[in-house]
Write a protein of this length. Sequence first.
Length: 165
Amino acid sequence: RRMEPPDSSLRAVKAGFALRKVVSFPSGKLDLATLQFDSDRQLLAAGMRSGHATARQLLYRSGSVCIDMRMEPTPRSESIVLIGQLLDSMHPGHGISGVPVSLLSRGDTLLQKETNAAGEFDFGLELHSDMQLVFGIGNSRTIVVSVPDSNIKARTKGKSSHRVI
């Protein structure tokens, strides 16, 4: 099931970036990527008592650009690792390299990186609310991904996936 953001959300994101001038990405087209897959929203398979894995898998899309992400808790800490890859569905098997990516929380830049040769990026962080990833694609496009709030740390405390045999 495809999930489209409401127009009001897109307007709010654009206004927030314009007012704060938080990123030095191209000022052209601003796209809010849409969520295509979220492992937290999958139905349990028959015979499963618990479906929460310790990691959360997410897939976003904006045009032909796909952002594949995984959120994993860091053992014995209050932080997570956000791992992802930027891909172009028009050129399968090749990541999009050299793309600036910033991690923001409530409009403030927390971390900045660039995708590697395979289009991969990673951030180790404390999970905040209202987080976004911002990608500067070429000279004229900026893609924004809303990072979901997640209770991922709670999943590691006494919960695991079990099969009923």
